[in-house]
Design a protein. Structure first.
Lengths: 289, 272
């Protein structure tokens, strides 16, 4: 018991110290700074992540960057990735934000199941997503066969690419938006309703602006995930230049026949990821102040 | 107090993991005698069914020997051997991925020989939704055709076969370009083509006969020999083989009547 209380006290002191360190980021604490038993294991992990990134950049410096970047398959993959990921993010916002709002404001039976379902793609391997999409919306799929009778065939189309991206990436937006909406003070919304605002007005003028930063975080996460989507796209949409061959697919095919294109597209994706991640960091820092 | 405890745990964990690393060396050498009895065979993905059965037959005929397989695209296996993967035998789906290893002296050129051939075939979903009856139907507008990508041996062969069909007057001179216009996806390997046709997502695909044999529920349309492309499979003992004599014996078994019979059962043909 005595030990526990002592431990609690020292934790509290540590927490206070950490707070102080945060407020004065440039203060160096000589006492209690992490030693080699922290540095050594950290270096292993840093090396594992850092060295491949260095190798990728180093290798790509030696290739004829412009030539490969302007090749037809690279340009088409870039264009397709950009178009499909932007559309995916737009659809994710329009459908995901209302869903998150519902999840925060409604209490109903089976809500836990709905929450689970929406979060599922975050942990589901993309290959499973691809097979599931095929079995549902394929030509002879559970629901795809009806669409097929109506003359609509989804696999191997750009629509299928967008569906695969939405499946794996939209849950990130819903999760972020949910956190944002949950943080809005319910009294504020009550007050607006008392003033005679409709549900839509409360959502539009109170919920959305106050959850804006969380939504933006969700948009960035969704976009990076959509840009990187590979497994589900390959299985559900196939691989056809200009129609379904997005950047990650072109990288995979290029790895076997034309390493130059694979390298250039990898660098493009790397740079895009770094930019989006930096934006994300800035957002997080802003929301802390 | 907590800090000290943590430091102690960290040190203990490091010592423990170091101990494990040291321990591994004697364990590996203890396992060595049994390792000697294991033959490692790198084989093209299209050989999967046939080689598994051959391996079983070989183990039955040679008690104490275990045959271990690594099945993948020939291109991938070749890269693995070039990067130093330990194999005793390499069986490739084409010479394109064997000959460089011969000139790089990574396989023993004296042991390198052709052991089987494979041909292409048209596969259709069981219910044949587009009612494909013959080769000529492949250029029908709106038909959904899947091929392996041109970088994959099977995809390359399929395009060669289509080119040959251009020379048949009844098919028309630009037959291959009309057929290629129907391609909806260039899959990353031949097994993906089979899977998507099996699911009925495409109306037809072009794969090896051995792939069609392995998926009996598919419908097939054969391609005549003069329009077909015959894939020749070479096999060789690697330069770094731990058991070159056993590796050579395994190759002899594949060339024996019993081995050839199993290959034929899986849709492959003998070398003429």
């Amino acid at each position: 018991m005595g030990f526990e209380r002592g431990a609690l006290r020292s934790m509290k002191i540590e927490w206070l110290n950490a707070r102080q360190a945060q407020q004065e980021p440039y203060q160096v604490r000589r006492d209690g700074s992490p030693g080699w038993e922290f540095i050594l294991p950290s270096l292993l992990l840093i090396g594992l992540i850092g060295l491949p990134v260095i190798a990728l950049v180093w290798k790509s410096i030696n290739v004829n960057f412009i030539n490969f970047a302007l090749s037809k398959s690279a340009v088409e993959a870039l264009r397709l990735s950009l178009v499909t990921s932007v559309i995916s993010v737009a659809i994710a916002i329009v459908t995901g934000a209302p869903l998150a709002y519902l999840q925060v404001h409604w209490k109903f039976r089976g809500k836990a199941i709905l929450d689970l379902l929406v979060d599922l793609p975050v942990v589901l391997p993309p290959a499973v997503a691809g097979i599931a999409l095929l079995l549902a919306f394929g030509r002879q799929g559970l629901f795809g066969s009806w669409l097929n009778k109506a003359g609509i065939s989804l696999p191997f189309t750009t629509t299928a690419v967008i569906m695969a991206q939405l499946f794996v990436s939209a849950p990130y937006l819903v999760r972020s938006a949910r956190v944002g909406f949950a943080a809005v003070d319910p009294q504020l919304e009550e007050a607006a309703k008392v003033e005679g605002a409709s549900n839509w007005h409360v959502f539009r003028h109170v919920g959305l602006p106050m959850a804006g930063r969380a939504l933006l975080t969700g948009i960035i996460l969704t976009w990076t995930r959509a840009l990187g989507e590979f497994g589900a796209t390959l299985l559900f949409a196939g691989n056809f230049q200009g129609v379904t061959q997005t950047m990650p697919l072109a990288i995979y095919m290029g790895f076997e026949q034309n390493l130059g294109i694979a390298l250039v597209l990898s660098i493009v994706l790397l740079v895009a990821s770094v930019i989006l991640l930096t934006l994300l960091r800035r957002l997080e820092q802003q929301s802390r102040h | 107090m907590i800090h000290k405890t943590f430091r102690l745990i960290a040190i203990l964990m490091m010592l423990w993991s170091a101990g494990c690393a040291f321990q591994e060396a004697p364990t590996a050498s203890a396992a060595d005698p049994s390792l000697n009895q294991t033959l490692t065979v790198f084989a093209a993905a299209s050989l999967t069914g046939a080689f598994q059965e051959i391996g079983q037959a070989y183990e039955n005929a040679n008690p104490g020997i275990t045959v271990r397989f690594n099945f993948a695209g020939s291109q991938i296996l070749r890269t693995q051997i070039e990067q130093g993967a330990l194999a005793d035998v390499f069986a490739s789906a084409d010479h394109k991925n064997m000959d460089p290893l011969v000139s790089e002296k990574l396989v023993d050129d004296k042991t390198c020989q052709d052991f089987a051939t494979n041909r292409l075939v048209i596969i259709l979903p069981a219910n044949n939704p587009a009612l494909v009856e013959s080769l000529e139907d492949l250029d029908r507008p709106g038909l959904k055709l899947i091929l392996a990508d041109a970088s994959v041996p099977a995809g390359n062969y399929a395009r060669q076969a289509l080119k040959k069909m251009d020379l048949v007057p009844a098919f028309g001179a630009d037959f291959s370009s009309r057929v290629l216009a129907n391609v909806v996806s260039n899959e990353t390997d031949v097994k993906q083509v089979v899977a998507k046709v099996e699911l009925g997502e495409a109306d037809a695909g072009i794969v090896y006969i051995s792939d069609a044999v392995a998926a009996p529920e598919l419908g097939t349309i054969s391609i005549p020999d003069d329009l077909n492309v015959i894939a020749t499979y070479p096999i060789a003992v690697t330069k770094d083989a731990t058991k070159p004599a056993q590796a050579q014996a395994f190759i002899q078994f594949i060339l024996s009547p019993q081995g050839q019979e199993i290959l034929m059962k899986w849709g492959l043909s003998e070398v003429r």
